[in-house]
Design a protein around this ligand. Sequence first.
Ligand SMILES: [Zn+2]
Length: 252
Amino acid sequence: MADLNSKISLKLLIDAHSDKVLFGEAGKDFVDFLFSLLTLPLGSVIKLLSPSTMIGSIGKLYQSVENLNEIYLVANREKSSLLRPKLSSCYVTNHFLLDTETTVELKYYICNDCNETVTTVKNTLCPNCNVVIDTEAAFVVPSCSTSRATTRAQNGGENAGGFVKGVITYMITDDLEVTPMSAISSFTLINRFSMKKDVQLMEKVVTVGMEEGIALLKASLDSSTPLTDVFCSPKKRAKAPSSSAVDDDLFS
Ligand SMILES: [Zn+2]
């Protein structure tokens, strides 16, 4: 998965007349980024987008925890576990939108006596045999345990990071439907748009960094056209009402 310093490129097919994205074409890195949004805890999403900009009431819920005095929390419980939840680095490596402090290397300890219980806190008592659990066990990420030859073949020579296989090109519609690219699927979409009047197809390559990543996350939560919202005429769209489903042409 890409890290903060790298930019991901995304090819967009745009209707220049209406300034709307027909669909995007991208490789593994952009699809990995999109899919990784599903692994974000809600607390992390609200922190990234800032509570006051959240739709619905979830921002208020977040602010309630921020404002609550620590004395009301049970022992060993910190507000940060709700406001800045940590993700295990076993599953999320270099999450595009999260700082490195958010992903933690969890350690696992196993009971040497019964070999049946594990814990993430060293020196916890085993409920089976009442002995201290202090033997560290190595966590094996499932995708890394398959044979190297198989993994390399499946990923087209790339490392087994992220979620989807490389080599393949993926098609992403404006409402973020992701499918493997095929000539038929792209022709179908182009045909559907070409039936409308005054369509002027144009190709545009954009890069996705931190700023665009956060904008995409936000747009994916409150718009059905996130690619258009983020990559087409932001100034023009800023004047439009908050509901991005409304056709901009009506207001220009
Ligand atoms: Zn035990």
